[in-house]
Write a new protein. Structure first.
Length: 362
């Protein structure tokens, strides 16, 4: 079995939680108060992750898809467990659509969708063939450069005097309702509660349960701070109106950078940030899905399964949505309420209750 270190767990968790939110406005429906929605989402997300880590502690040596058969029994638990690999594949397909629409809309206009999806999936498939340890090492290499590019963007925005603190005021102008709607289920689930997928990975970490808990919580706080900073600079740089209506607000903000007519048009930095985080997010979705299918179907070798998943994701890249408006409508108003609430919140909570009851009776 492949093993990863605590530092690799930290970097993979950070990249996974940031994901494609680095280019989109996190909690944008809350307007200038999106940063408050982000803080609430982090707190709710940490609560959910604490629940998942408790389940991991109560089910030692078992992964997510093994928890349900162990506690609910084979006939009830196994069908429930199968929902999770299917969810991971669907989420990978949605992330591919993010890549497809951003690439063909902003940097490679007119490029056919199939070309973008094919090249991206070839890279991701190669990573799958290399294995989890290689993905972890790549994460350790890329994280410092990723953070440096974010820091560079912030410095250039400050030097160019593009950030206006008054764009954050007045606070709570529209009350708490928009903030709470942006926080749950979308904000708390997107990235944070999605960390449930790492329950497929925690058994592969070469360390104690206590250190895994600390590392996962530290990574969540770190990625939450990064998302919070991204929200703050987008609101201060674009203003509430543009922050809410722009599809890719980070890209629009970075394109404004113009320092002395020398440093300008830094769109490439925003795109690189997005592609790096999206690559890790999709790679992990696929890895967790393949591992879940292997465990549930009792498949020893998964190389042939990788190529089947490749074909399936090419199909999902085309079929999930016909345009970006439909894609975002489902992402914000349908998917979180119909899938995330059940699979990331309700079922794990129910599983914890059943597990604790069984512990008491034992």
């Amino acid at each position: 079995m492949e093993r990863i270190s605590l530092s690799q767990l930290f970097t993979l968790t950070v990249f996974f939680q940031i994901g494609t939110t680095i280019i989109f406005g996190f909690g944008a429906s809350a307007g200038k108060d999106a940063w408050i929605a982000t803080i609430i989402s982090i707190i709710l997300g940490l609560t959910a992750i604490g629940l998942y880590l408790t389940l991991s502690y109560l089910n030692p040596g078992l992964t997510l898809v093994e928890w349900f058969p162990a506690q609910f029994g084979k006939w009830i638990g196994t069908p429930i467990a199968w929902l999770y690999p299917l969810l991971f594949l669907y989420e990978a397909g949605r992330a591919l659509n993010d890549v497809k629409y951003l690439t063909t809309s902003l940097i490679l206009e007119g490029t056919p969708y199939w070309a973008v999806l094919l090249l991206f999936l070839i890279a991701v498939t190669y990573i799958q063939l290399c294995g989890l340890e290689v993905l972890g090492r790549i994460g350790e290499i890329f994280l410092p450069y990723f953070l440096f590019m974010i820091l560079l963007i912030i410095i250039l925005l400050i030097v160019g005097d593009f950030l206006k603190a008054e764009n954050l005021q007045p606070v709570l102008q529209n009350g708490w309702l928009p903030i709470l709607k942006a926080s749950f289920p979308l904000g708390a689930s997107q990235g944070f509660a999605q960390t449930l997928e790492f329950a497929m990975l925690w058994t592969a970490v070469h360390s104690s349960q206590k250190k895994i808990v600390k590392t996962t919580c530290y990574a969540t706080i770190f990625s939450g701070i990064m998302i919070l900073i991204a929200d703050l600079i987008m609101i201060m740089g674009l203003g509430e109106s543009f922050f809410k209506i722009e599809i890719f607000p980070m890209f629009s903000l970075v394109s404004k950078v113009d320092v002395g007519e020398v440093i300008k048009n830094l769109n490439v930095l925003a795109v690189i940030l997005f592609i790096i985080s999206a690559t890790f997010k999709v790679s992990l979705h696929i890895y967790f899905a393949i591992l879940g299918i292997k465990l549930l179907a009792n498949i020893k070798k998964g190389r042939k399964l990788i190529f089947f998943i490749f074909s399936l994701l090419m199909y999902l890249g085309y079929s999930i949505s016909s345009n970006i408006q439909e894609h975002l409508q489902v992402a914000f108003n349908v998917f979180p309420y119909n899938l995330w609430v059940l699979l990331l919140w309700v079922l794990p909570t129910l599983l914890l209750v059943v597990t604790l009851i069984r512990k008491v009776f034992r």
